[in-house]
Design a binder for this molecule. Structure first.
Ligand SMILES: C[S@@+](CC[C@H](N)C(=O)[O-])C[C@H]1O[C@@H](n2cnc3c(N)ncnc32)[C@H](O)[C@@H]1O
Length: 220
């Protein structure tokens, strides 16, 4: 596989280009800005008393670090699925000097990050618990009524359609607790309709730099 290339985005944060998908892991218009705006604050995870986050696509860990930074040492339970882990060296390069990389769990993650997508990684440091399950989310057994926040962050629906199907979105909706919030950077009509069909209350929200709108979907 070709090694993804690192790019610096306008807010100074880094992302990388995936040759496999033909697009970047995070927003080219500001990777950290999108992580904070859409996922962390959009889902209310920054202010939640005891968040339980489920993430589709751990990728480079940008959303995880943005969440760590926003929580400033408070409790966080984070469960992510990833079927094609990027090299630890790439996660490290993208994170260097960036918010969240100073949390004690980050070097533990880099040390134990696997080269192959097998099994799972379980780490704890202070109030933070992280599990990354290296499996295709379509084949994963998902928790039910568990997540206070769900970060739906696959590559785009055009390039990575299998993580945006009505079937998977229905299963993801069931992983949310009542009052739990799913956010995603995509505002595509078919994604919005599938989230509504899954029983979620969907709204379009003003987007981060480079994106007019994103979707926020709440389980009633
Ligand atoms: C846009 S990137 C995620 C970026 C990441 N959230 C971050 O903060 O760095 C999408 C990720 O989803 C993963 N992915 C795509 N399809 C998947 C699937 N079916 N099961 C599990 N992971 C998947 C990709 O390998 C990629 O790492």
């Amino acid at each position: 596989m070709q090694e993804p290339q690192v790019l610096v985005t306008p807010d100074g944060s880094r992302t990388a280009y995936s040759a496999r998908y033909g697009e970047t892991y995070g927003s080219r218009h500001g990777a950290a800005a999108q992580a904070g705006h859409v996922f962390v604050r959009g889902s209310g995870t920054d202010t939640h008393p005891a968040p339980q986050v489920l993430e589709v696509g751990f990728g480079l860990g940008v959303n995880f670090r943005a969440t760590l930074a926003a929580r400033a040492g408070q409790a966080l339970d984070y469960l992510a699925y990833e079927f094609d882990p990027a090299p630890a060296s790439l996660l490290a390069e993208v994170a260097q000097g960036e918010p969240g990389s100073d949390h004690p769990i980050w070097p533990l993650l880099l040390e134990s990050w696997p080269a192959q997508p097998t099994g799972e990684l379980r780490l704890e440091a202070g109030e933070v618990r992280l599990r990354v399950i290296f499996v295709d989310i379509r084949a994963a057994e998902l928790p039910q009524n568990w997540a206070t926040a769900l970060y739906l962050d696959g590559f785009s629906p055009a390039r990575n359609p299998e993580v945006w199907t009505p079937e998977l979105l229905l299963r993801l909706a069931r992983a949310l607790r009542g009052g739990g919030v799913l956010t995603t950077y995509s505002a595509a009509g078919h994604v919005r309709r599938a989230l509504q069909a899954a029983g979620l209350q969907v709204s379009r929200q003003p987007g981060p730099p480079g994106k007019r709108e994103y979707l926020r979907a709440v389980r009633p």
